[in-house]
Structure formats: C-alpha cells, structure tokens
Design a binder for this molecule. Structure first.
Ligand SMILES: Cc1cc2nc3c(=O)[nH]c(=O)nc-3n(C[C@H](O)[C@H](O)[C@H](O)COP(=O)(O)OP(=O)(O)OC[C@H]3O[C@@H](n4cnc5c(N)ncnc54)[C@H](O)[C@@H]3O)c2cc1C
Length: 458
C-alpha cells in the first residue's frame, strides 16, 4: 500500500515546516518535507523576518529583562484575551529557546531589532536577520535543510490527504510529479499555512477583508483546514487574520509601520485622518477599505526616513523613488495628488495633538514632532495571512471536537490556530512567525521525543 516509509512527514516548506524538519532531524529521525510549489518561499519569505521572543540573551545584552509571562500578557491584551492562554504562554516560553537554538545550532544570525517597538509590545523583543527580511531567513533555513542527509525535501508535491488507520494517523497522500503517492509516517506535521489565497474561504469566514489585496503566498489555499475538517479535527478562530495597512502597491512592497510608530500619520485622498493609526496596522486595514478609492497616504519626516533606510524593503522603495518628498505640505500634497488645504489643516491638528499627547481618535502615541523635509507614500490595505486553523494543544498536537488528541498528527503556523484571538485587532506583530517557528519547533521536538520513547520501550 505504501510508496515510502519515514519517521516524520511534513507538508509545507515554509518557516514552520523547515523548522519542524530541522528539529526532528537533529534527533536523528528520517524526515520528508513535501512542498506544493516549485519554490521554497511561502509567506515566510515575504515576511519582515521579525520573530518575537522574551528573555533572550540578545535582550539581556541590551539591558532588557522580561519574562514569557509578560510577553504572553502583551499578546493576550492585544487580542482582548481571546486566544487560548495556555497555548499563548507555551509559545512565549518556547520563544527564547527557539531564537538561541536558531543562532547556536542552525547558525542563523539574528539580532534584536532596536529601531522601534511595535504596537502593544512593552519591550524591544523582535529578533531578525540583518536585512530584516524573511527571504534571508528562509534561504538560511533551506541551506540548513540541504546540509542534513536525513531530510528529504520534495518540491511540486501537494498534500492531498491524511491517512487514518485504527483511529490513528499513519501517513499521507501526496500528489507528486510522479503521480499520487502514499507515504507512511509515524508522525505527520501540517505546515501548509492558512487559507488567505482561497477567496471562497476568505469570503466565508472573514468577509470584512475579502475586498483587500491578498499579499501572501498564492499556494496557501487552506488544505490543512479542509483535510483536518474531513478527519474530524476541531477548527478554531477562523475569523482571525493579519491585515496590513501599508502596501506600496506600485512596487508590491510592504511599507514598514515604523513610519507610523516613529511619529508619522495616515490620511485619505481628501487629506483627512480617519483613526488611531498606532492601535495596530492589522485592524487599521479595514478602516482604509472604507475610505475613498480604498487607499491611504502615510506622511512622515526626514528623520524617520533616514532611520528606516536600514530596513531592506524600505530602502528598496526609496531606491525606486517610491516615496515623494517636499519642503512644504502643499508641495507634498501636490506630489501625492491629495487635497493640499485639507492636509495643511490636518498637519496643524496633528502638531497640536503631538504637543498634547492625545487626539480626537484616541491616539496617545506621539513620539516626536515632525520636522524638516516631509515624505509621503500612497498605500493600500492587504490581507497577509489567516490566523485561525486546526485546534492544537501545547505540544502542537491536533485535537478533535472532544478536545482529544488525534494520534500522530501535529500542526503549526498558519495551518493551526494561532494566538491572535478571533478578530483583526488581535494580531500583534510577530504572532505569525512566532506561531510558525515556535509550533514548528515544538511539533518537531515532540514528534522526535515520542518516537524515541517508543523505540526505547520496545
Ligand atoms: C508581507 C508579509 C510580512 C510579514 N511579516 C511578518 C513578520 O515580520 N513577523 C511575523 O511574525 N510574521 C510576519 N508575517 C506573517 C508570517 O509570514 C507568517 O505567519 C508565517 O510565515 C507563516 O509560516 P508558515 O510556515 O505557516 O507558512 P508559509 O511560510 O506560507 O509556508 C507554507 C508552505 O506550505 C506550502 N503549501 C501550501 N499548501 C500545501 C499543500 N497542500 N501541500 C504541500 N505544501 C503546501 C506553501 O506553498 C508554502 O511553501 C508576514 C506576512 C506577510 C505576507
């Protein structure tokens, strides 16, 4: 019946799948990774590569001492306590170990992001590759995978089913370039991300963002969720997602929210602000969809511009002249093709709000007065990825509707329920990679540990 037999089979070669593979392979297991596309990219490559973690040595070196409990509290506050608190804490407890393992065992250079803090994070806790780019991260993971002779990576191979025997998962069915294959495995890890690229599912579960650009990986069409549902897995928080308010549509590049968090603001085509931008870029996305032509303009100053040039994506936009700059508000408005008089008023109101430390929208985050040359860019809102999925426990094992473990099946990253609650406001920066890499590591370690225990007890 079987075409091949391995210890661990992983579907999806994004951040979650590759980390899970490396963790399981480190313990000497034979691992296969099946990737639907012909590339190793996924959303992980599109990301800014920022991984949050509490209690790392990189934080301590900078005098930042925080606990997993504090990090979990920040995440829970952001999602209004809608995510599972045990799962959230488990990920935060894993986070420092994960970062240090990636640096020490995988040789991936990561540093603490000191440029700015993201909404709701009490300390600097993002760790990222030097370029602040997920592409660098995934390339390094891929290189590590190819250095292991007990990991078999197969491209153009789509997971089409999970096979169950005697109530336990015993393998998978994969559609490969050699046809359908049945692969036997002691443990199966689903790392195929969510359903952001599946318009029907987005319309069904999160219609509020269905009109926005989808800025994630086209292959993420929700198979883990569909297969999981078929075999009786419980699904949770399917309405959760990461939106983003600032995609430079002209160049297809993300504009860092640092532009806002360092002191900028957003207006619509009529030169008017329309909300508290600092609450978070995810929930602000749906506000932009309500504006004329469904887009916005970020306004910031030279000082912010200069500091953000350290971020690869930002620098790329700058090199392609994506940002407009001007000495006066009117000149900037002209270049951006927005209402100049209204922008002058908005600028004056924003200056007053900066002095007072609050505004009519409830914004309290005004780190600096905008001075000198002004910069602006037109942006559109986007859906980055979905955050709900298969219900899992703290070992990343998939649960059924009675909260019982489905034997031998794990999920992580966008395929599983994340820690972003049930709404767009629940996404705290970093929740995506935290759930992908964190649950990938937890799943890989747990799968390896249980296989080794079984072998030892034989
Ligand atoms: C522009 C952008 C910026 C972001 N920035 C950040 C950030 O800085 N920090 C952060 O924490 N998060 C960020 N995120 C979110 C983060 O990228 C994701 O949460 C994370 O990468 C998900 O990892 P994953 O392994 O679950 O999925 P992916 O990396 O998308 O990998 C899934 C893989 O599974 C494959 N696949 C899909 N279906 C199948 C199938 N049936 N069979 C086999 N393979 C399949 C896909 O082709 C893909 O390669 C960002 C997202 C975007 C879009």
């Amino acid at each position: 019946m079987w075409d091949a037999e391995l210890d661990v089979v992983i579907a999806g070669a994004g951040g979650c799948g590759l980390i899970a593979a490396l963790a399981a392979a480190e313990k000497g297991l034979e691992v296969a990774v099946f990737e639907k596309t012909e590339f190793i990219l996924g959303n992980t490559a599109a990301s800014a590569g920022m991984i949050p973690a509490a209690g790392t040595r990189f934080q301590k070196e900078k005098g930042i001492f925080e606990t997993a409990e504090e990090m979990a509290e920040d995440i829970l506050k952001k999602n209004h306590y809608e995510s599972d608190s045990e799962l959230t804490l488990a990920l935060c407890q894993e986070s420092a170990r994960l970062i240090e393992w990636m640096v020490d065992s995988l040789g991936i250079e990561l540093s603490l992001v000191e440029e700015f803090s993201y909404p709701g994070q009490r300390n600097r806790r993002m760790h990222a590759p030097k370029s602040r780019s997920g592409l660098e991260l995934i390339k390094k993971l891929r290189m590590e995978v190819s250095n292991r002779d007990n990991i078999y990576l197969t491209l153009k191979s789509e997971l089409t089913d999970v096979i169950i025997e005697n109530g336990k998962v015993s393998g998978v069915e994969v559609d490969t370039s050699h046809g359908k294959q049945k692969i036997k495995a002691e443990k199966v890890i689903l790392a195929t991300n969510g359903f952001g690229a599946n318009k029907d599912l987005v319309n069904k579960y999160i219609p509020e963002i269905a009109d926005a650009l989808y800025f994630g990986y086209e292959a993420n069409t929700g198979e883990a969720i569909k297969i999981g549902e078929k075999i009786g897995a419980a699904l949770d928080c399917l309405t959760a997602y990461q939106g983003h308010s600032a995609v430079d549509e002209a160049h297809g590049i993300l504009v860092t929210w640092g532009t806002i968090m360092m002191g900028g603001f957003m207006v619509n085509k009529e030169g008017q602000r329309f909300g508290d931008e600092a609450q978070g870029y995810s929930e602000f996305a749906k506000e932009i969809l309500l504006q004329p032509d469904k887009h916005g303009y970020i306004i910031f100053d030279e000082d912010i511009y200069d500091q953000l040039l350290s971020i690869e994506d930002f620098k790329n936009i700058a090199e392609m002249n994506g940002f407009k700059s001007a000495e006066t508000v009117v000149e900037l408005a002209e270049k951006l093709k927005i209402d100049g008089e209204a922008l002058i008023n908005t600028m004056e109101e924003f200056e007053l709000a900066t002095e007072r430390g609050k505004d009519a929208f409830g914004r309290k985050h005004f780190p600096k007065k905008l001075t000198g040359k002004l910069y602006g860019i037109r942006v559109v809102p986007a859906l980055f990825h979905t955050q709900g999925g298969l219900k899992i426990n703290t070992h990343a094992q998939v649960l059924n509707n009675n909260n019982e473990v489905i034997e031998n099946l794990y999920a992580g990253g966008g395929a599983a329920v994340g820690v972003s609650g049930k709404n767009s406001y629940g996404y705290m920066s970093g929740n995506g990679l935290l759930a992908a890499l964190g649950f990938g590591k937890i799943a890989g370690d747990h799968a390896a540990k249980t296989i080794q225990e079984r072998v030892e007890n034989k």
